[in-house]
Write a protein that binds this ligand. Structure first.
Ligand code: CP
Length: 321
């Protein structure tokens, strides 16, 4: 696959080429090697300012963007809606223009409105990185998911038999699912979605995936099982009878996991609703790579910050000593 080393912003995976995705994953591999050294810091982004603006709660994404920026020696500033003039009614655009007046090079944004990072990318000069917008996209999560899959299963592209990935749960409200669908299909994975009919977007098959209404059908011989959180905060109404019923119909337990390949990976973007979409013994079991996903998030975000810092110009691979 021909690599493309340019990345002006990272707004989503929908509009990236397979070569751009491959390039991010290959850069992340080098940054992971740096993260495994005793001294995990490189001078690569010295003099660059990265602002993390999170208008929605986050544990993993926010901390790993901050760690990633610090390991690249960037100057970082993280702030949230509750600690900013957002609470006094300032708009996102005015907030961003005021941050821009202080001349950061990169703005990482999480926002509850789908499309908010796209709007900012047209309005301000800084490179914009989408850290999750509504239920639209969460590109760095999908990239770290793909990176983790490749560490265990080898390259996703150009396989004799495509990698079978089952994504189970609340697909309709999941920006993680949407970014994974775009990214994994571009790299040639065989994607199977399952969830309650009320949580499957209409016409999602047009994105090149297979839809199942039975979780068992989706899990059969899967190489990777990705469970999703039920996003009650994004549902206007109850989309399933109750948590117990959901766990019975769609939750991942030992018996269901046996339908996948014996060495199937169990993934979850977090936060986990233990006992609902996944049983604790599976989340903490030998097939789970959930915490590896979190570890890999730092390397992937280092790669993204490094690439967007070049503002669309080709970026040379980072030297790892
Ligand atoms: N996976 C993920 O986005 O987690 P956070 O909401 O904690 O950042």
């Amino acid at each position: 696959m021909e690599q493309d080393a340019t990345l002006e912003h990272l707004l989503g995976l929908r509009h990236l080429t397979p070569g751009q995705i491959r390039n991010i994953l290959d850069h992340a591999k080098r940054f992971k090697a740096i993260n495994e050294r005793k001294i995990k810091k490189v001078p690569t982004l010295r003099g660059t300012t990265v602002v993390n603006f999170f208008v929605e709660p986050s544990t993993r994404t926010r901390t790993s963007f901050e760690i990633a920026a610090k390991r690249l020696s960037a100057d970082t500033l993280s702030f949230s809606a509750s600690s900013s003039s957002f609470v006094k009614g300032e708009t996102l655009l005015d907030t961003a223009r005021n941050i821009e007046a202080m001349q950061p090079e990169i703005l990482v944004l999480r926002h509850k409105a789908s499309g908010a990072p796209h709007m900012l990318s047209r309005a301000i000069d800084a490179a914009i990185v989408n850290a999750g917008d509504g239920y639209h996209e969460h590109p760095t999560q999908a990239l770290l998911d793909m990176f983790t899959m490749e560490e265990h299963k080898g390259p996703i592209s150009n396989r004799d038999v495509p990698l079978k990935v089952a994504i189970v749960g609340d697909i309709a409200h999941s920006r993680v699912a949407r970014s994974n669908i775009h990214g994994l299909t571009k790299l040639g994975a065989d994607l199977h979605l399952a969830g309650p009919a009320t949580m499957l977007p209409t016409a999602v098959e047009s994105l090149g995936v297979t839809v199942h209404y039975s979780v068992e059908d989706a899990l059969k011989d899967a190489d990777v099982v990705m469970m999703l959180r039920i996003q009650k905060e994004r549902m206007g109404t109850d989309l399933f009878p109750n948590d117990r019923e959901y766990a019975r119909m769609f939750g991942l337990d030992k018996k269901r996991l046996q339908l996948a390949k014996p060495d199937a990976l169990v993934m979850h973007p977090g936060p986990i609703n233990r006992g609902i979409e996944i049983q604790p013994d599976i989340a903490d079991g030998p097939q789970s790579v959930i915490l590896e996903q979190v570890t890999n998030g730092v390397a992937v975000r280092m790669a993204v910050l490094y690439l967007v810092s070049h503002r669309g110009r080709p970026a040379a691979p980072v030297e790892v000593q």
